[in-house]
Design a protein around this ligand. Sequence first.
Ligand code: FUB
Ligand code: ZN
Length: 656
Amino acid sequence: MHLRLPLFITALAEIVTLSAPAQIPVRRFEPVSFAQVDITDHFWRPKLDKVATATLQACIRQTEEKTGRIRNFEKVGRGRNEKHEGIYYDDSDVYKALEAIAYSLKNRPDAELEKKADEWIDKIAAAQQPDGYLNTYYTLVGLDKRWTDMEKHEDYCAGHLIEAAVAYYNTTGKRKLLEVAIRFADHIDATFRQANRHWVSGHQEIELALMKLYHLTRNDRYLKLADWFLDQRGRGFGKGVIWDQWKNPAYCQDSEPVKEQKEITGHAVRAMYLYTGAADVAATTNDAGYMNAMKTVWEDVVYRNMYITGGIGSSGRNEGFSVDYDLPNETAYCETCASVGMVFWNQRMNLLTGEAKYMDVLERSLYNGALDGLSLSGDRFFYGNPLASSGNNARSEWFGTACCPSNIARLVASLGDYIYGKNDSGLWVNLYIGSNTKVKIGKTEVPVSMETNYPWEGRVRLTVSPAKKTPYALHLRIPGWVSNVPVPGDLYRFAEESKTAISVLLNGKPVDYQQENGYVVINRTWQKGDMVELNLPMEVKRVVAKKELVAANDRVAIQRGPLVYCVEGADNNGQAWNLLVPDQTRFTTQSYQVLTEPVVAIQASVPVVGPSADGSSVVTENKTVTAIPYYVWANRGKSPMQVWLPTKAKQVKLLD
Ligand code: FUB
Ligand code: ZN
């Protein structure tokens, strides 16, 4: 077990500035930090280990040897006017890799990795300017030009520095990077908010990062600065920006003030980070303006602009949103970072509202759109995550713009953040992931242990062992996919009802429970060893989309539990577009292996088009087709793939 004690409380006391006013808690409950959750899960634990042993190594190799990202910091440190290498936002990849390392060290202590992180931190610290400014691009290109172009990501890089610093401090108790981040945050505050100088961040990120810094230091300067950044948007202050995309302010969610926004627009990652930051500010200031706006924008995302995989941002032109229902399959952009952002934002919405529907979306994005971004080997990545391929897609070792690899790494490494929540009278279980934790409910310590083979099986066992008998309400999320409408807003619905219902047992016997906000709620006095067993029906379901979603017309998708499936050529004689799934198709499940990954595959005998034996014509015959979870496709070389499978002959194609 790799559980370590949370946060370095004594070290923290030295940096705390208790200037924040007492706040009424706005969130319905607080997440239990990943630092207090030991993941033992069959599905996720190997992925956490893979991130530690392969993904982070890939990030280090690329950042340090194959590209100039670390060299840029060294050059600034040497002060010899050397040339900047790469793109102006490359510093952010160093910070995001550091953040991922920080989480991973908590899951899996590793002295070598920590040494590498410390080495990087020394180089970062040496590149900081005396006034707190830190950005290798402008320092090497000419400091006289700094803060002249809102699109150049100086504040975005600062945000990632802050996130890394908070994470690294939390894991190791080491303050060097945190002090660097605080000096930079103070520099930004003095340069803009305090000087009343307008600045619309060209890529939101700093807002949510400042909220992390605020929660760590309790210095309300950072809360005010986060709110100030949000408030800069939509007031025309970004007008002077000479940059193609921003000529349309919707690209940067800069058309209206955040509290007046009603529709999702523009760049998907920017939008997700923006609303995550707004939710974090709202959670502290209780600002209904942000909440009301976000609820409407969220509906616009989920009801009209989200793929069945939880991916968003269908258009490569703006790396973002297009018009409603424009969700093409083969050209779906669906950046991995955008799905990661969906996880961030939906977690915040769940905490603020207590509603499980946000976790349903989070789970969808996590298990499908986001996880697809990482290869089974841990060292190959998808930047975009299409829902169909004619056989030309392959994962890459790295990208020129390399935001996605470290983003998926930091998400997986911090997965423990999304499983449990608690307040003084309740415990929430949001994701079904084998794990152990200890939460304090009221004054009582409650060790909690979860065992499950989710997402392959629907049985979840939760054992609670409070030190003494304690009353509280246990909330177990009933995943949206149990109902007929797998996500709210009926963009997608199951073609058939579930055959079995959920069941809940307490110590082996049926128990009374209420249903509230998408949760089963069992309110009682709990005692040591109480065991709840939740059974979720893991049925293969056909999903159909609203007719407005043209790319899914005359097609079905297959889902089982939270996993969306696809048909890939690697399992089907090199073809995936040549089959038809009639309404009456009967599916069976099979234990199956995709390279190292044990999965449940779905099989059916369906009409398949292929060349006749003598090759002179095309024939249709029934054949067994195998579908695999979407997240494992493209691990066995290039081959065609489809998520939305034809139900009509006119959609069937035999690829060369
Ligand atoms: O601009 C920084 C990152 O690069 C964005 O978040 C990604 O969408 C990519 O454009
Ligand atoms: Zn990305």
